[in-house]
Design a protein. Sequence first.
Length: 464
Amino acid sequence: MNNENGATSVVEEGTGRRPGAPGPETQEREAARRRGELRAKQRAAGAEEERDSSTAPAEERATQRAFAALVENVRDYAIFLIDPQGVITQWGEGARLMKWWTKDEAEGTHLRFLYLDGGSEDGSAEAHLQEAVERGEYTGEGQRVRSDGSTFWAGVALTALKDDDGTLLGFAKITRDLTATHAAEEARRKAEEANRAKDEFLAIMSHELRTPLSAILGYVDLLETQTSGPLTDRQSEKLQRIRASGMHLLEIINEILDFSRLDAGRFAVTASAQRLGRAIESTLPLVQPQARAKGLELSDSVSGSSADKSYWGDEERVRQILVNLIANAIKFTPSGGRITISAGASQQPPSEAQLEGSGPWLYVRVEDTGQGIPAEHLEAIFEPFASELNHTGQHGHGGAGLGLSISRRLARLMGGDLTVRSEVGVGSSFFLWLPASRRAADRLFSKQVAPSPGSAPPEVRQNQ
């Protein structure tokens, strides 16, 4: 485009303005600020405020005043009036609190001053006014501009006001601040992305670590068969160390994978009636070698009627919990100590157990004669990556620190709980609580471990 001096001026296509020049929205905001300053000066100089000189009927004036009171006094929403040309005529206190523009700045300013340059995500002020005229109302969500230039998410309803003949009288606009809602949605979206990234990482870890680890343990088994020749005592000892280290690493990997599935709500349990004694009998052979190696007495005190009682849950998960509890007791009990497994029933469990209903409940107690746990650490040991605190409250034992956290989540997923009582210098008792009947379990399966944001609830399959 050539100006009158023959020079060429560049104009942005479709906007009619030079590159870098402020858009009509910004120009409107600048005019609003000047208008506010001018009115403030006039007021300071003693200029009289304009008064309502309406000659409308008394009933109409009463309606106008009632609406004006609504505009002025509502605080949770921004309510204001606009004339047929899109110029704001009445600006309430709720609008000031939400949008930060004063009454002096806003009244007399076109609606576009609240929009981003070129329009917001949901469109421009002009487009919204036109839609309200044509369809009676515009509703949508988009960012709007406050007086300091910051933006916020707004949910708006712009309604065209017409008389009985259909003549446009103006517009009424109501705005809600949706910033917190959008922030929560964004946080949930990021959490979902983080969960997906975590799942991908764990899938890779499961394959890339477990596959070679299984091969290492397989070669240990092969060497121990001595098909390639006899082993010396020293070689056998080193193979046992390799096996122990490999099994320890495999246990850590499995704990991390279990925790991930629980945290994502993808860990399924199968509920059915199971004999309590069988769960304990199948657990003890898995932990007795470690107890003997450390010189501990492992006592099974579950017999008779206690062993024959039935719980409602997943036998495999119950055994997983018991193995973890007994292995922890072995780890934290000094040589020469004693670990006792007992069981019983209760109609009213202790207050620390997060159980609902009247029961009855079964419990399995794993009691040790270790150092005990300080009272201030009794809940901390169930936190992820903190369950390997030793009995003085300090770190120093191997493991991922997920065993007790996983065990409590599994117990609660089955409608039970995992609690602890301990006394420093005496020992600790862990209690696994389980529903003793189908009725008790059905009430509690609705109270499951809460998954991470964006995750599905845990799955519980019940066998008839």
